[in-house]
Each structure stands twice: as structure tokens, then as C-alpha cells.
Design a protein around this ligand. Structure first.
Ligand code: 2AM
Ligand code: CA
Length: 268
């Protein structure tokens, strides 16, 4: 466990929520004028970015470094270097950019803080619904002022299970997983924002969430949220997950092994 003191964590936890709200509000102003934005492509035609992503990330970086100059910030759009910093902020200014540019309301600002290799704070801000999901190690998981908990389902056939995918991963294993889930009487949903769906899983709206690979900036907030919501996660930190990304499987302790058993390569 990291050596972060309560004071260090509390100061950053409160501030992370403030930054996420400010970023959510800035992103919302861009969203309301989205017709003026030009979509640009990163790795392929499904991997989008625009001026809004870069501008919101710049705002987040500026706010964090003004308040905590000794911390490091790593962002999806502008990268960054952790250096020797004890607290590393990992930032996705807009998770769900494709939705954002298409006028679909499922997108969010996602932030996480890692201290000495441990993800300790996770925040997901959804300004379209005035919801902020937040968690800090040892303090539970919350949506606005309300405590949230993982879904209580005991069987795969209950509720909606969240799935994420992108062109970075092969289709066949995902199709096999979906097929196995449906054959067990389960049902899935994909909304196009992995960080937001993970937060919904932590809030018990979904029975869980799976994605074959999530980058740290969209994966880490849900990892912290689900752990603090009383659910299970895979060991996302292993094999350089904090810098390179890893698969993500979130669910309650009863469902987690049942879902994991449906994967061609079960997780640990
Ligand atoms: P983004 O909106 O921050 O780019 C959409 O399917 C989900 O996958 C979103 O969380 C999106 O994040 C992410 N995503 C989109 N393109 C991706 C890619 N090439 N590699 C990994 N994740 C990607
Ligand atoms: Ca993004």
C-alpha cells in the first residue's frame, strides 16, 4: 500500500472532483458548439480527437500543476512524464470522443491518481446528467453525495452487463464472449465511453464491465470506483498496466469468477 497520508489524499481527492467539474463544464461548452469542431483521426477512422479534447486536457493540466506543482500529469492527448513524482494524475479529458462529436450524450471527463504504483483516487464526471462518480482509497465510492455499491446480482442472467471495444483489439474473442454471455441468459450494453460504463458498474446500474484492453486514462477511474464500491477487479496494475494498459473486468465478488470463466483467456 502506498505511503500517501490522509491529508495528502484528502487534499487531492477534493481537488480532483473540482478539476473534473471544471473540465466537465468546459467540455460542455464545446459540446454545445460541436458543429464547429473538426474531427481529426489518430490511429484509424474510429479513433477521433478534436480541439475540444486538447483544450480540456490543457485546462486540467494547468489547474493541477498550479495547485500541486510537485505532482505529475499524464494525459491521453498530450502525454507527459511521471518523473520522480509521488502523485501521478492520469487524465482523459473526454472519454467517448466519437459520441461527443456525433451529438450522443455518453461521454465524460475521467481522472485518476496513482501513488507509488497504487491507484488511489478515481473520478468520472458526466456533465450531461450532472453526475460525478468519485472514490478515494478507504473512503467508499460515491455518485454526487450518494454512496454507491456494486450490483447485487448472483447470476449472469440478471441485469445488464457493460462491454467495451475498440479497433485496437481483435473482434473474434469478443464475439465468442458475447455469444457465451447470451447463451447463459445474460445481456450486454455498450455506450461508447469505457470510463462512464465502468462508473455505472460501480454504481450498480450495470452488473459489471469488461473490455479487452483499456488505457490507464480510461481504465483506472473504474478500477478505483469498483474496489471502493465493494466489487472485484482484475489486477490491472500487473505487467506495467499503469503505464501500458490492461484488460478490465469489474463485477461483484459472486459474478466476477462466473464472467471471467467465459473469457478465452481468464484474468487474474
Ligand atoms: P476515447 O473516446 O477517449 O478515444 C470507445 O469505444 C471507447 O474506446 C472509448 O473509451 C474510447 O476512448 C476508446 N477508444 C477509441 N479508440 C481507441 C483505440 N484506438 N484504442 C483504445 N481505445 C480506444
Ligand atoms: Ca479521450
Amino acid at each position: 500500500m502506498s505511503s500517501a497520508t490522509l491529508t495528502e489524499l484528502e487534499a487531492r481527492y477534493q481537488f480532483a472532483c473540482e478539476v473534473a467539474r471544471a473540465a466537465g463544464s468546459r467540455a460542455m461548452s464545446w459540446y454545445q458548439q460541436r458543429n464547429q469542431l473538426v474531427a481529426e483521426y489518430k490511429k484509424d477512422l474510429q479513433d477521433l480527437v478534436s480541439e475540444a479534447d486538447r483544450n480540456v486536457e490543457e485546462l486540467i493540466r494547468h489547474l493541477i500543476l498550479e495547485r500541486f506543482p510537485e505532482d505529475a500529469v499524464i494525459g491521453e492527448e498530450s502525454g507527459g512524464d511521471a518523473g520522480q513524482a509521488r502523485f501521478i494524475w492520469v487524465v482523459d479529458p473526454i472519454d467517448g470522443t466519437s459520441n461527443f462529436l456525433s451529438g450522443l450524450h455518453n461521454w465524460c471527463v475521467a481522472l485518476a491518481i496513482v501513488c507509488e504504483g497504487e491507484p488511489v483516487i478515481g473520478v468520472v464526471c458526466d456533465p450531461n446528467h450532472q453526475e460525478i462518480f468519485h472514490a478515494c482509497r478507504g473512503k467508499g465510492a460515491w455518485m454526487n453525495e450518494q454512496r454507491i455499491r456494486a450490483h447485487s446480482a448472483g447470476q449472469l442472467s440478471q441485469g445488464l452487463f457493460g462491454l467495451g471495444c475498440s479497433t485496437s483489439q481483435p473482434a473474434a474473442p469478443l464475439l465468442d464472449f458475447i455469444s457465451a454471455l447470451l447463451q447463459q441468459g445474460g445481456m450486454f450494453i455498450r455506450n461508447g465511453s469505457g470510463a462512464l460504463m465502468s462508473a455505472w458498474a460501480a454504481a450498480g446500474r450495470l452488473t459489471g464491465y469488461y473490455e479487452a484492453r483499456m488505457q490507464p486514462w480510461d481504465g483506472l477511474p473504474g478500477i478505483v470506483l469498483m474496489r471502493e464500491a465493494g466489487g472485484e477487479t482484475n489486477r490491472y496494475e500487473q505487467n506495467n498496466g499503469l503505464t501500458q494498459g490492461n484488460p478490465v473486468l469489474l463485477a461483484n465478488a459472486t459474478l466476477w469468477p462466473q464472467i471471467n470463466a467465459l473469457l478465452a483467456e481468464p484474468l487474474t
